[in-house]
Design a protein around this ligand. Sequence first.
Ligand code: IPM
Ligand code: MG
Length: 378
Amino acid sequence: MDKLQTAREHFSKLVEEQLARVAKMKEDTGVVDYAKLDKIIIGCCGGDGIGPAITLEAERVLRAVLKEEVENGKIEFRQIEGLTIENRIAVNKAIPDDVLAEIKACHIILKGPTTTPSKGDGPNIESANVAMRRELDLFANVRPVSVPEEGIDWTFFRENTEGEYALGSKGIMIDEDMSFDFKVITTQGTRRIAQAAFDFAQKNGKKHVAIITKANILKKTDGKFLDICYDVAKDYPDIQADDWFVDIISANLINEKVRNQYEVFVLPNLYGDIITDEAAQIQGGVGTAGSANVGNKYAMFEAIHGSAPRMLETGRQIYANPASMIKAAELLLRHIGHAQKADQVLKALKAANDTIKMTGRSDGATGAEFANCVISNL
Ligand code: IPM
Ligand code: MG
């Protein structure tokens, strides 16, 4: 078949898939109310590298703070084994079918970082993260960053199912000289993340939402994102909405004179990925930040960093800092309606950060010692 024909067919298939996704989003209206469930099932997936070690510590903290709920059957913890890079390679799938079925039988997932082979170092398997976000339709990636002594209290609403990510593993190599990847933005996908950001702002007394794009260059996709966000903003007259290009916002975040004026950000997937690592670094490093991945039905909580395979290779996983996963556990508690317990965990986490020295090596404390300190401060 000639190159052009192959490319046309490839692109048609992508458009068909995305049209089907839009149709599904149009139908999806039901939001699960956790307060109405008899029992909330929390599935714990350790992941790869340091993932199992730090996820276990976060689970211990959760079990301690939810002791009563577990005892009276309101909350059940389940172990989900098998979300490992070895299994993914064996079945050549981002998430093996049996693991996905176990995940879907839970309401909430606590997930350790997973390893994704990047181009050139192994099979072309999609990221387990990206697959889980898509399979569970976790459209809002919510990442809080705060530095109280500087007046920084940011919450990022990263769109989590579209942009470059939706089609990231579906690019096409036309011939040895040319490759394409694709980016997709939809009205429905943007509206729901924008609503999540503005709703959050309204409920939390925030006055400002910054919309981040590169709409001067990516006129169709980012242009749509911008238009829809401003359209949603009309329903929130008390909240000031403005927009910034992603390049200047990355500069402004390190500009101490202006950065504490920002409160809530809404941004497409890839910019959200990049900017939230930058923001986390300002807070003290990617190891300090947790992330909530929220959909209408499911929610998944994780660290924002990777699986640090080198730490596992050198046997240092027991020294990995579980702070990011404990932060994820705090967000989990908030999501299922235990705000007071979430505050308790946050306070205890701060106390542990102030007293325990973690170096990632044997000259520092272990993750278990860190979690014990959190638990004793609850
Ligand atoms: C994140 C991570 C993931 C992403 C990777 C692991 C696929 O960087 O959660 O920010 O790019 O979204
Ligand atoms: Mg990232």
